[in-house]
Design a binder for this molecule. Structure first.
Ligand code: SF4
Ligand code: SF4
Length: 163
């Protein structure tokens, strides 16, 4: 079963962004907005507060979670947190970006997204010891607790991300 948001949780998210007074500092601080104006943090908040619903439109996946917007917001609105909630809702609806099911599969079976990473090569180059990797068992426990394995089942039932 997926961790679908209850109406109370949605209302709580909407309440948390109500202090927004549309100054636009978040948008002018957002590095993604500079190159992809379709992700307009200020506009996203305005829409949700005005309509009272959170309706993912796909632009939420462009957020890099850099936290610049919420560090600069004069009202302490956690826009990055809001966008994570929107991504979760989008995922629960079966609209995660292409490739996510494969990523979950890889993590479940090997404990990591990719076996060979540039980070490993970089560490080797600078004579740094390799990073300790979690075991697949440890990672699976986290994925089960966070509901990611349920999401994988959802995507498998839709015919994507299966073996
Ligand atoms: S910086 Fe804060 S108050 Fe200003 S528009 Fe963005 S979320 Fe609203
Ligand atoms: S956390 Fe997302 S919305 Fe906020 S500034 Fe960074 S990329 Fe933009």
């Amino acid at each position: 079963m997926t961790d679908t948001k209850t109406p109370e949780e949605i209302e709580s998210i909407i309440e948390s962004i109500r202090p927004c007074f549309q100054c636009g500092i978040c948008a002018s601080s957002c590095p993604v907005f500079r190159v992809a104006p379709e992700i307009n943090p200020r506009h996203a908040i305005d829409e949700i507060v005005k309509t009272g619903v959170i309706e993912p439109d796909g632009t939420e996946w462009s957020c890099a979670y850099c936290l610049m917007c919420e560090q600069r917001c004069p009202m302490g609105v956690s826009l990055a947190h809001l966008l994570v909630a929107v991504k979760n809702i989008s995922t629960e609806k079966g609209n995660a970006p292409e490739g996510l099911p494969e990523i979950i599969h890889s993590i479940l079976s090997t404990g990591v997204i990719a076996q060979d990473s540039d980070l490993d090569k970089m560490r080797e180059k600078y004579d740094l010891p390799p990073l300790k990797r979690p075991t697949a068992k440890e990672v699976r426990k986290v994925l089960e607790l966070t509901g990611a394995t349920d999401l994988l089942e959802l995507y498998q039932s839709k015919g994507v991300g299966s073996d």
